[in-house]
Design a protein around this ligand. Structure first.
Ligand code: HBI
Length: 96
């Protein structure tokens, strides 16, 4: 099972993940993606969903029109693990 990252490891990992930050009040990381329109936003979610399923690691996310708010945390570990960082990296690659 993935282990929660130390504060230092988390800071290091976030440094290489454009746009991702700690979520206030819980052990999680988050990013708000803004796309050209709903079509682009939902296309992102579709592709990200397939990657998440393949990784067996799923986002908490909310879509309003062209915006997708994403929060990542590892339920089994009760906080942020390397799995969250991996999915965050994949999402950044998908968003381009
Ligand atoms: N997704 N974000 C997240 N966190 C988890 O702990 C998690 C998951 N997707 C699937 C999953 N765990 C299962 O592998 C375990 O619940 C067995």
């Amino acid at each position: 099972m993935a282990e929660r990252l130390s504060a230092e490891a988390r800071r290091q990992a976030l440094g290489g993940l454009s746009g991702w930050t700690d979520v206030q009040g819980r052990d999680a990381i988050g990013k708000t993606f803004v796309f050209k329109d709903f079509n682009e936003a939902f296309g992102f979610m579709t592709r990200a969903a397939l990657v998440a399923e393949k990784m067996d690691h799923h986002p908490e996310w909310r879509n309003v029109y062209k915006t997708v708010e994403v929060v990542l945390s590892t339920h089994d570990a009760g906080g942020v693990t390397a799995r969250d960082m991996a999915l965050a990296k994949a999402m950044n690659a998908i968003a381009g």
